[in-house]
Design a binder for this molecule. Structure first.
Ligand SMILES: Nc1ncnc2c1ncn2[C@@H]1O[C@H](COP(=O)(O)OP(=O)(O)OP(=O)(O)O)[C@@H](O)[C@H]1O
Ligand SMILES: [Mg+2]
Length: 626
């Protein structure tokens, strides 16, 4: 018991994020170069936002100068004549500023949301093209975070960063200009605080970037843990892994908390630092300004406006610094998105693929070799065989012989490293991928389903299938009876991955789906393993119906399924070692004969014969059914 728990804990530790596997670093320039084209459709609107972003600082500058005039022309001389016009101008500026602000905010949000929409959908579509082995290797939760949070961060910055930056920059230019206009000497004195500002800002940005990268990766890890442990809930509960999962989750979220707090500490600590410099600068200016005022070199209104510009100047400077921090944090998110986008699809369709329509199902493996990426040994070596239309071939061999690999290649989930596969005389690489997959149905060992109703699960075989066709397919697959007995019949939800159903029921549903798909080529990978004898027997009946009139490849250890085949191809370590009928192979006394006898020696004789009688009874009924 304890050793089991230790094993689970070890597994959990193995699953822990390795910070050395952070996405490769990408510079901000690269981020902008990569994503600028995505903004292209919104160039016009972006230009409007930029103009609005430029007008904002202009209005701010004007309203501060109005303040100076208010002091000099109304308050100091105690004359009310100018109060009306100045107040009117104030109101006018505020109204215009408000309208511009509204326009800018809404338009920015509009661009951001549209950009996010594009980026996210493009990334999702790209994910659909990635090789299966990408999903086998990467952590689902981490990928999910990249499609959701990381894209958010990136899109937001791309759409608003430029306008914000421009607005801050212009404010600085206008305000500094105003400072020099009012009093050049005072302006020079007040700018001595700029270098420390710049220096601190740089230091700050470097630290933020490091922490932000870590934070993005940690976020991905947390989602991955949730996804993995909830996705494997049956395993976790059966092996008492709950506590270990909770501890693991807690540890990871604790580091998320620590990283986030470190980031906040940095951001929060930055503000007082900056305030201190601001106040210092302000006091120096007030000191010098008081002397100037006393000696009549500046008016009170001028000095007050000067101080107002100066105090307002810090805000765009701070804003620019913050923006820089955001930019580096964004590049941390962007590099994760870019890494995903740069992942290449396994197979690429020709520009003008050969149309296949509904093929006849003539399959040729011609000297096919295949090696999985990142491995050093071929999974298939020089495999050749041919299936005439309508023929049934069994692919047998020990575990790891390469049977499933061959089925993967037939669906063109990847291309052979050497040799070629032909369908109806065309190299798979030449035909349209969509049409190829319309022609080949795969019935995998473990059927996959979405969490939908029974009806929708079957209809996935052919979108747009009518209710009658669905029921017919279910009847032919021997699924109709059990479906009728479900709470809501065809409208019953089958649960995540179809877990609301038994293994046999799922398999029958998969057969119904395949029947509906009605492709000329059928590939079954161990369709009866994991089922009890009775189930396997009943399913055999449905499988036969499915095979009728189709070119079929059966991958199986199940002798009775194998016997359905006219020819058997025996694989060993990725090579074809024997080929022939069951009887011929038994006679030649090679690997196939050894494997078949080994099964019997393993004490499976009774099971085999049990099943035999079941199958025979089915077979005897078959003519009536077919
Ligand atoms: N995604 C993968 N990445 C790397 N190697 C793989 C991958 N899938 C399979 N292999 C390797 O390729 C070889 C053939 O595997 P394959 O799944 O085709 O065997 P199989 O004959 O279907 O076995 P089984 O009867 O156990 O299903 C094995 O050595 C296996 O380790
Ligand atoms: Mg397999």
């Amino acid at each position: 018991m304890t050793s089991m728990r230790a094993a689970i804990q070890k597994f959990m530790r193995m699953a822990e994020i390795d910070t050395t596997s952070l996405a490769p670093t990408v510079s901000l320039r690269e981020v902008i170069r990569r994503f600028w084209p995505a903004l292209r459709p919104y160039r016009g609107r972006l230009a409007v936002v930029l103009v609005l972003a430029m007008l904002g600082p202009l209005l701010d500058t004007l309203s501060i100068s109005l303040y100076g005039r208010l002091v000099d022309e109304v308050l100091v001389p105690r004359q009310l004549a100018m109060l009306g016009p100045i107040a009117g101008a104030y109101i006018g500026l505020t109204v215009v500023g408000g309208l511009l602000g509204f326009g800018r905010s809404y338009l920015s949000a509009w661009i951001t949301e549209h950009l996010l929409f594009d980026l996210r959908n493009r990334l999702f579509a790209h994910l659909q093209t990635l090789p299966l082995e990408f999903f086998e290797r990467s952590r689902l939760g981490d990928t999910v975070t990249r499609v959701t949070d990381d894209i958010d961060e990136l899109g937001e910055f791309l759409a608003t960063g430029l306008a914000d930056g421009l607005s801050h920059l212009l404010k600085i230019v206008f305000f500094v200009g105003a400072l020099f206009y009012i009093d050049a000497r005072l302006a020079v004195i007040s700018l001595i605080v700029a270098p420390p500002f710049w220096f601190i800002g740089r230091r700050f940005a470097t630290r933020v970037k490091a922490l932000a990268r870590e934070q993005r990766a940690r976020d991905g890890a947390v989602t991955a843990i949730v996804e993995e442990s909830l996705g494997n809930a049956p395993l976790v509960q059966a092996y008492n892994g709950q506590a270990a999962a909770t501890t693991h989750f807690e540890r990871e979220t604790r580091t998320v908390m620590a990283t986030q707090l470190a980031l906040e500490r940095l951001r929060a600590g930055y503000a007082p630092f900056v305030s201190l410099i601001e106040v210092g600068g302000m006091l120096i200016v007030i000191g010098v300004g008081a002397v100037d005022l006393a000696e009549g070199r500046i008016t009170l209104g001028g000095l007050l406006a000067f101080l107002a510009y100066l105090s307002q100047l810090y805000s765009p400077v701070r804003g620019l610094n913050r923006l820089w921090g955001e930019a580096v944090a964004t590049s941390a998110a962007a590099e994760r998105v870019i890494e995903l986008m740069d992942h290449q699809p396994a197979v690429v369709e020709l520009a003008d693929p050969v149309p296949l329509d509904r093929g006849v199902g003539d399959i040729i493996f011609d000297g096919v070799s295949y090696r999985y990426p990142g491995t050093t040994q071929d999974a298939l070596t020089d495999v050749s065989f041919r299936l005439a239309p309508g023929e049934t071939l069994a692919l047998v061999g020990q575990s790891g012989a390469g049977k499933s690999t061959a089925t993967r290649l037939l669906l063109r989930l990847d291309d052979p490293s050497d040799g070629r596969i032909l369908i109806d005389g065309h190299d798979l690489r030449a035909v349209s991928i969509t049409e190829l997959r319309q022609n080949v149905t795969v019935l995998p060992q473990e059927a996959l389903f979405f969490d939908v109703t029974v009806r929708e699960a079957i209809a996935y075989g052919r979108l747009g299938a009518s209710d009658r066709e669905i029921v017919e397919a279910a009847q032919a697959a021997g699924a109709h009876q059990f479906i009728e007995r479900l709470v809501d019949g065809y409208d019953t939800r089958i649960g995540q991955r179809g877990r609301g159903l038994s293994g046999g029921q799922r398999q029958r549903l998969a057969i119904a789906r395949a029947l509906l798909r009605d492709a000329p080529v059928l590939v079954m990978d161990e369709p009866t393993t994991g089922l009890d004898n009775e189930n396997a027997t009943q399913i055999l009946e449905s499988i036969r119906r499915l095979m009728e009139g189709r070119t079929t490849i059966i991958v199986s250890h199940d002798l009775h399924l194998v016997r359905e085949a006219t020819r058997i191809v025996v694989l060993e370590d990725g090579r074809v070692v024997e080929e022939g009928s069951h009887d011929a192979l038994m006679m030649s006394n090679g690997l196939y004969a050894r494997l078949t006898r080994a099964r019997r020696r393993d004490g499976q004789t009774t099971r085999w014969s049990d099943r035999e009688s079941g199958v025979q009874s089915v077979l005897s009924r078959l003519p009536a059914v077919l």
